[in-house]
Design a protein around this ligand. Structure first.
Ligand SMILES: Cc1ncc(C[n+]2csc(CCOP(=O)(O)OP(=O)(O)O)c2C)c(N)n1
Length: 563
């Protein structure tokens, strides 16, 4: 059967079980969009900026537990995806990005809208391809999906010259991908697992630490069962929120720079850390020399290069988190739970004391709204069931601290790269993946303006998202650092001059509500969330509120600035 390159591309995407792609057309991809228009079973969501397409694809992958797909044109279309690709790379999100390219004969000629996107994205993709032979198109696409979702997931880019897309060639569905040079190891070493179980048995002050790897390998159940069986308190990284139920008594809250006091103190005083799917990023460890000085560390990760990278590990386990945790659980279940809980009461009492003396706190008076209060009320009104995307800055940290995620795949944030402008397109991608769910974007007034055009995508595509803007008229997180470390010199962070967000919502065809009275926060949230369609709820919050606790950069995580 002879097909065009565009037809092959669409067939191959569909064969991967993908039902939605996010894109923006141009001269180099017009044939692909023309073909897509004929396929009702592959939905194309037309974004308003290519950065929106990649963030939406990223969130779609997280909420749908599959691969996200974005399609953009050559040149500026391709370069506009770089931030989103780098973000997905930092967060290990499976994504395939198709970029149009000038015809093969023009590559290297500085042709109109030609960029070397393969060169540009080499350091921020898991792998990338320039397809030069139409005969290799189908298997390249298959390989791209295979690489994106296997091993440690990540973004893969496939650059498609226009003549390849227009070529007519014989098409046969390729055999399943087998690559000699790429074989991720999923099966963990049995000896290491027995060693881990022995370490768990002799620990007196253990803590479990869950990261994004638990969520991507869908290992929350096994992770939670181990914690329950051995009665071990659990903390998580920003990417790991939802890997363990946030409303459980043994949940310590997030670890790190803006972690809870009890999480940081528990890690600081632990004698054993069972870490799964985390890469010990500097926001989590603080000063590496002073990180968990008394602890033996078991680290499970699919990527061997993540182990021993930043900290010394005493029991490395290379493999899939789900498989490793399931095996550890099996071994533990063969023994008595009491063997794993010696002196546990004393340890839990100590942690409880940290919780009592130094909880997360803020003071909601009668005059101005505290941003934490809005997030806390949002948690209550939504009963903790919403999928929440965030922007970056204080809003992101308050969402992490005050919205308690009970399930994985419900907190969608740009963790590693920290991209302002991520949250709104991410909410749209999550809603496309989970139309049954309420999806809320918690935003700062600065970040929301970075991809505000995606309001139109939400409305045009009937992907209702609810946006909660914590409007402090500042680039709040930077202002906080200026307050603490630059003598309150608020250079370039004042956002007093701002759009009228209610009118802006209305201009796009959304609904807008504004609230500046603490007494009306709950009502505004209820009204906004119950209003059909896409809605902006703008809360005028305390201008100079800061995120606490805080570990100053370079400090030990137990050395926290408290409120
Ligand atoms: C694209 C991008 N540019 C700059 C930054 C640096 N940055 C981190 S937080 C922040 C302030 C965010 O302000 P806002 O969105 O209003 O949120 P707030 O901190 O006030 O909640 C800035 C500028 C970033 N993370 N991403």
């Amino acid at each position: 059967m002879k097909l065009t390159g565009a037809q092959i591309l669409v067939q191959m995407i569909k064969s991967q079980g993908v039902d939605t792609i996010f894109g923006y057309p141009g001269g180099a991809t017009i044939d692909i969009h023309d073909e897509l228009d004929r396929h009702d079973d592959l939905r194309h969501i037309l974004v308003r900026h290519e950065q929106g397409a990649v963030h939406a694809a990223d969130a779609y992958a997280r909420a749908h537990k599959t691969v996200g797909v974005a399609l953009v044109t050559s040149g500026p279309g391709a370069t506009n995806t770089v931030t989103g690709i780098a973000s997905a790379h930092s967060d290990s999100i499976p994504m395939v990005v198709f970029t149009g390219q000038v015809p093969t004969g023009l590559i290297g000629n500085d042709a109109f809208q030609e960029v070397d996107i393969v060169g540009i994205t080499r350091p921020c993709t898991k792998h990338n391809y320039l397809v030069k032979d139409p005969k290799k198109l189908a298997c390249t696409i298959q390989e791209a999906f295979h690489i994106a979702q296997s091993g440690r997931p990540g973004p893969v880019l496939v650059d498609l010259p226009k003549d390849i897309i227009q070529a007519q060639i014989e098409f046969n569905m390729p055999e399943p991908t087998r690559m000699r040079s790429y074989k991720p190891n999923y099966k963990p070493n049995k000896k290491q697992m027995s060693k881990a179980v022995e370490m768990l048995k002799s620990a007196r002050r253990p803590v479990m630490l869950g990261g994004g790897g638990i969520i991507s390998s869908q290992a929350s159940e096994e992770f939670t069962k181990i914690a329950k069986l051995a009665n071990i308190p659990v903390t998580g990284t920003l990417m790991g929120l939802g890997s363990y139920p946030g409303s459980d008594d043994n949940w310590l809250g997030m670890l790190g720079m803006h972690g809870t006091y009890r999480a940081n103190m528990s890690i600081g005083h632990s004698d054993l850390i069972l870490a799964a799917g985390v890469r010990f990023d500097d926001r989590v460890t603080g000063n590496i020399e002073k990180f968990a000085p008394q602890a033996q560390i078991i680290q499970i990760d699919i990527d061997p290069t993540s182990i021993h990278k930043n900290i010394e590990v005493h029991c490395p386990i290379v493999g899939d988190c789900k498989m490793a945790l399931a095996d550890i659980l099996d071994l533990m279940e063969k023994e008595s739970p009491a063997d794993f809980q010696q002196d546990r009461e004393a340890w839990l009492d100590r942690i409880n004391e940290w919780k009592q003396t130094t909880p997360l706190k803020y003071d909601q008076g009668y005059d101005t709204i505290k941003p934490q209060y809005v997030v806390e009320k949002l948690y209550e009104v939504t009963e903790g069931k919403a999928i929440v995307s965030t922007e970056v800055g204080q809003n992101q940290m308050w969402a992490a601290q005050y919205y308690h995620f009970d399930e994985p795949n419900h907190f969608i944030t740009s963790g590693g790269l920290g991209v302002m402008g991520f949250g709104l397109p991410a909410a749209i991608g999550a809603k496309a993946a989970r139309p049954d769910k309420l999806v809320v974007n918690i935003a700062g007034d600065g970040s929301i303006q970075m991809n505000i055009q995606e309001l139109m995508t939400a409305i045009a595509s009937d992907l209702d998202v609810k946006i909660v803007i914590l409007n402090n008229r500042f680039l709040g997180m930077v202002r906080q650092w200026q307050e603490l470390f630059y003598d309150k010199a608020y250079a370039s962070t004042d956002l007093e001059k701002a759009p009228d967000f209610v009118k802006l919502a209305e201009a796009y065809g959304a609904k807008g509500f504004k609230c500046d009275d603490p007494a009306n926060v709950t009502e505004t949230l209820k009204t906004g969330l119950n209003t059909p369609g896409t809605v902006i709820m703008e809360f005028i919050v305390e201008r100079e509120e800061s995120v606490y606790p805080m570990v100053p950069a370079g400090g030990a995580i137990t050395d926290m600035l408290l409120v």
